[in-house]
Design a binder for this molecule. Sequence first.
Ligand SMILES: Nc1ncnc2c1ncn2[C@@H]1O[C@H](COP(=O)(O)OP(=O)(O)OP(=O)(O)O)[C@@H](O)[C@H]1O
Ligand SMILES: [Mg+2]
Length: 353
Amino acid sequence: MKIRKLTLKNYRNIEKIVLEPCDGVNIIFGENAQGKTNIIEAIWLFTGCKSFRGAKDRELVRFGAEKSDISIEYDSAGADAEASIEITNRRKAFSGGVPLPSPVSLMGEFTAVVFSPSHLGLIKNGPAERRRFLDTAICQIKPSYAAALRNYTHALEQRNSLLKDIPYHGELLDTLDVWDERLIQFGEKITEERIRYARLLADYATRVYAGLSDEKESFDVRYEASGEGDLKQLLFQQRKNDIISGSTSVGPHRDDIDIRINGVSARSFGSQGQQRSAALAVKMAEGEIVKSVTGEYPVLLLDDVMSELDASRQNYILNNIRDRQVFITCCDPDALGRAGTGMKFRIKDGRIV
Ligand SMILES: Nc1ncnc2c1ncn2[C@@H]1O[C@H](COP(=O)(O)OP(=O)(O)OP(=O)(O)O)[C@@H](O)[C@H]1O
Ligand SMILES: [Mg+2]
């Protein structure tokens, strides 16, 4: 996947930018608050996902403007393609000029992997963020997973509201079986896909991490289910407690992935550099998995990745991203001098200067 041309109009602090990147490493540099992350964020929107900064669509439109228009011309598996997004209170996406039913339809057309400081939450925060990561990553390579996820969430909501009603309406107890069955049906599919993905992740991320730490540290990822045994049995065992608490205590919505460095939890014991390396290893592995499925590397978006990393880790990154298109932001491009060939774009006040 390679972007040939990126055009942004009225996007955040950018009035207009036209950027024609190279196929390799593109360095976007400048002082703080000039619009570097905004460019990365705009590219990310072409994956069909929302902003990785959690922004509402409206916030992406330049203050005082009615709408924002962003577009890319790109190369996908050797074929020319084009996509655009019009942003107002919501996003409206077009592929080759044809309106799409929803921006989510862009998913799979254009692929990218992003790492930004907010992705450190993958290591530092609670399990919900890691589950979201798994679910989004699996959706990118297996669209049918999204339906299982939606059905599971629906069944879970129904079951939970039923659990809350049962203490007052004992006769409702019989209907619980129906929702249990649906929960089991979709839950097992979700768990199966997640375990498979976690294995792939472990395989690739372990290698990236070994490289990052110059083979000095070990890294491990494991899927951690919320209970032992099959879901049917677990739901049955927990039924009484679930009725008392009014919520479902087992199932994929309570699972996690355990990420370890040198055998101990990266979340509890990792240093800042180790946590950053771990998040980065997971993200780089995500890119390798997309490539193994689609045959093509996704565009790699690295926002402010170098801070907190020592020279040896920085070198490893720069040496291992040359075979794909990368956009990397930083304040001081000299720090990336080792990136060698590539293009540099200096951003000042929302413009390329
Ligand atoms: N909707 C908007 N309209 C106009 N300006 C905006 C809008 N949203 C954000 N900005 C401005 O964009 C500016 C720069 O954003 P950005 O996050 O891209 O900076 P950056 O170059 O990545 O800086 P840093 O090095 O600190 O990460 C901010 O000053 C912010 O006020
Ligand atoms: Mg930034």
